[in-house]
Design a protein around this ligand. Structure first.
Ligand code: SF4
Ligand code: SF4
Length: 184
């Protein structure tokens, strides 16, 4: 006779322990729709968790949540975890994941949408705010090589076409200023 169930008192091995079980009470059922309603989210539901995006990502090995897991978390409604994750800010924007997705999920662009939502929720990491502040104040992120060094290298003393004032003006009049000052 074929037995399809273990007897109750029969040893069945060690109890199964769930690693980081999902707290269903914290799921936001609207999160998937929120992302899907954005211009990049149309194909989100087509994700079949193949992990190709993660295989293509050059830095996924150092991420706690891999790209395919983040997409799955969005689909499940794990808004808090996704928008609070470091990974969306660590993304290099190399588009390797998006280029290779067989389902045309716009993975990189969706992570941009997540960053925008995180910013609206005031969840921007301090180092990113620091970069915004630097941009706002200086109009650029990197210090241009000193005049004498440029001269030594046979370059013009001034970097041609480098106009920081218009950049500063644009950033001041846009949401970067609010972001830096904690206005949103
Ligand atoms: S490659 Fe596309 S379909 Fe595959 S897991 Fe990533 S997002 Fe989903
Ligand atoms: S765009 Fe971001 S998530 Fe996609 S492969 Fe590049 S680093 Fe990884």
């Amino acid at each position: 006779m074929v037995r399809i169930m273990a007897e109750p008192d029969e040893p069945v091995g060690p109890p199964i322990t769930l690693v980081n079980p999902i707290d269903m009470s914290k799921l936001d059922t609207k999160f998937r729709e929120e992302i899907q309603s954005m211009p990049n989210g149309e194909e989100l539901s087509a994700c079949f968790a193949c992990s190709t995006c993660t295989a293509a990502c050059p830095i996924a090995n150092i991420w706690e949540y891999k790209p395919h897991q983040l997409i799955r978390m969005i689909l499940l409604g794990m808004r808090e975890e996704v928008l609070s994750s470091d990974e969306i800010w660590l993304c290099l924007t190399c588009f390797q994941c998006q280029e290779r997705c067989p389902q045309k999920v716009r993975v990189t662009d969706i992570f941009f949408d997540c960053k925008n939502l995180a910013a609206e929720d005031g969840k921007v990491p301090p180092n990113i705010v620091g970069l915004g502040k630097e941009l706002l104040e200086k109009g650029q992120l990197y210090i241009v090589t000193a005049d004498w060094e440029r001269e030594d290298m046979g370059l013009e003393p001034e970097v041609p076409g480098l106009l920081v004032d218009p950049v500063k003006k644009i950033l001041t009049e846009t949401r970067t200023k609010k972001l830096v000052e904690g206005g949103e």
